[in-house]
Design a protein around this ligand. Structure first.
Ligand SMILES: C[S@@+](CC[C@H](N)C(=O)[O-])C[C@H]1O[C@@H](n2cnc3c(N)ncnc32)[C@H](O)[C@@H]1O
Length: 449
């Protein structure tokens, strides 16, 4: 097999990164933009020792699971890799990926139930982060997602996975930024004013917070005028902030944010609790699907424990702790981000929660010095999962159940393997679909210690 060879193959399954997988004489080939049961012509683009990659040349017989994508830009925009696959089948594919990953990496042969669907498969994405640039000659503002594997912006005028009014807000910013002489960012030269536009949107009341990320260190008049004009145009925009990020970096937000108009946060309701979301607050992107997860975790605690003491680790703004607080005797949370902890304190006060203790600390350090034992420990680490040191400590501090919430099946599987080798038993793993049309999967594992 060599580069540019063409073959006709049938796609067997999808991988955890959303590519189709087929085999030629047992040799694995990954082909993007394909669906299981597609019969396709492919062209080899790379050959490695154990696998090759190929591009799709032609669909010879489409899979019965192919549908017309919701978005006309699906092929060029990198955001929704699976939008051409029917939604029920997306859920099944995600379930299979979890089952296989838990078996192959975690060594656990455990039946995975049906993926719990997102309540919305359109308009679900409540955090939008568009990179901004400008056209070469006319200097018109470009705003959209990057084409896959490039930093070339697809100028998106309509995105069906966002709240519908976000398209209007972005179009307004495109026009007005140009009118006010705000230039789009040119990454190669590290020049221009506007780098990103971030919109936070509430699923509860459709309120919006707009954040203009600029290549500057302090506000300037044209920028303030643009912020005011955006604020005045849309009644549901509750605040316009400017974030200063003059570094040449892929990190979207800089450290400093200033509120130019209105308020610096919007509110979101999860179960019966009201949260504040600021420019830089970690909050679940799909609040309605997140609510399913919070409710699942809360029900498990309520149905299995009588007023337990719960530890919420990697807590963010302590969303889990706050949501489960009324079925617990006490909730202790630990989170390394100072701003999230401060916000959690405000949110707890605003929701009249008196049994919450918040620690702004590295989780492993907190665990090491902690003397109390907890009936339930909720672990919700970032994609890279937990360190073995924090798993050792969580195991030591837990009297009964670890609830591991994960956005990465591979690191979940690795960490479950480690915990089962220490004697824990994985009772169940439930996948949730937080990101319809993408390959991302969220899981909640219930582990008996
Ligand atoms: C996936 S988020 C979970 C947030 C929260 N549970 C929620 O649902 O909104 C992971 C969180 O872990 C925090 N974090 C990452 N590494 C940490 C560490 N070593 N110690 C404590 N917190 C950490 C991040 O700041 C982030 O807020």
């Amino acid at each position: 097999m060599k580069i540019n060879d063409e073959y006709i193959v049938e796609i067997e399954k999808l991988t955890n990164l959303g590519a189709g997988l087929c085999k030629l004489d047992g040799f694995v080939i990954f082909v993007k933009d394909t669906c299981p049961k597609d019969k396709v012509k492919i062209k080899i683009t790379k050959v490695n020792k154990n696998f090759a990659t190929a591009q799709l040349v032609e669909i010879i017989e489409p899979s019965p699971h192919r549908v017309k994508p919701l978005c006309p830009m699906q092929k060029v925009c990198g955001a929704c890799q699976l939008q051409f696959i029917d939604y029920d089948y997306q859920l099944e594919v995600k379930r299979e990926i979890v089952e296989e990953t838990i078996k192959n990496i975690g060594g656990l042969d455990i039946g995975i139930p049906k993926t719990i669907a997102s309540p919305q498969i359109k308009n679900y994405r409540h955090k939008i982060q568009y990179p901004i640039s400008e056209t070469k000659n006319s200097k018109r503002i470009l705003a959209g997602y990057y084409k896959p594997e490039t930093h070339e912006i697809v100028n998106i005028k309509y995105c069906p996975i966002q709240p519908t009014d976000c398209d209007d807000i972005i179009e307004f910013i495109r026009q007005k930024a140009f009118d006010y002489g705000i230039s789009g960012y040119i990454e190669k030269k590290h020049s221009g004013d506007l780098k990103h536009v971030v919109i936070r949107s509430s699923a509860e009341n459709n309120d919006k917070l707009v954040v203009l990320v600029v290549n500057a260190t302090k506000p300037f008049e044209r920028l303030n005028d643009l912020a005011k004009c955006i604020f005045d145009e849309f009644s549901n925009i509750k605040g316009v902030c400017v974030n200063f990020n003059s570094k040449k970096t892929n990190v979207i937000l800089g450290k400093k944010t200033e509120c130019i108009c209105g308020q610096e946060f919007i509110t979101e309701k999860i179960l019966d609790k009201t949260f504040r979301i600021g420019a830089n607050t970690f909050f679940q992107i799909n609040p309605k699907s997140a609510e399913n997860i919070f409710s699942y975790v809360k029900n498990h605690i309520k149905n299995n424990f009588e007023k337990p003491i719960v530890l919420d680790a990697y807590a963010g703004i302590t969303s889990f702790g706050i949501c489960v607080s009324d079925v617990c005797k006490k909730v202790v949370s630990v989170e390394e981000n100072e701003k999230s902890c401060k916000l959690a304190e405000i949110v707890a006060r605003e929701n009249d929660i008196l049994n919450l203790e918040i620690h702004n600390e590295d989780a492993a350090d907190f665990f090491k010095n902690e003397k109390r034992k907890f009936d339930v420990i909720i672990l919700d680490p970032p994609r890279k999962g937990c360190t073995t040191a924090s798993l050792d400590e969580a195991f030591r501090l837990c009297k009964n159940t670890i609830i591991y919430v994960s956005c990465n099946p591979a690191t979940l599987a690795r960490d479950l393997k480690y915990l089962t080798e220490k004697g824990c038993k994985v009772q169940s793993i439930q996948p949730f679909d937080m990101f319809p049309h993408t390959y991302h999967i969220e899981n909640v594992a219930i582990i008996q210690v």
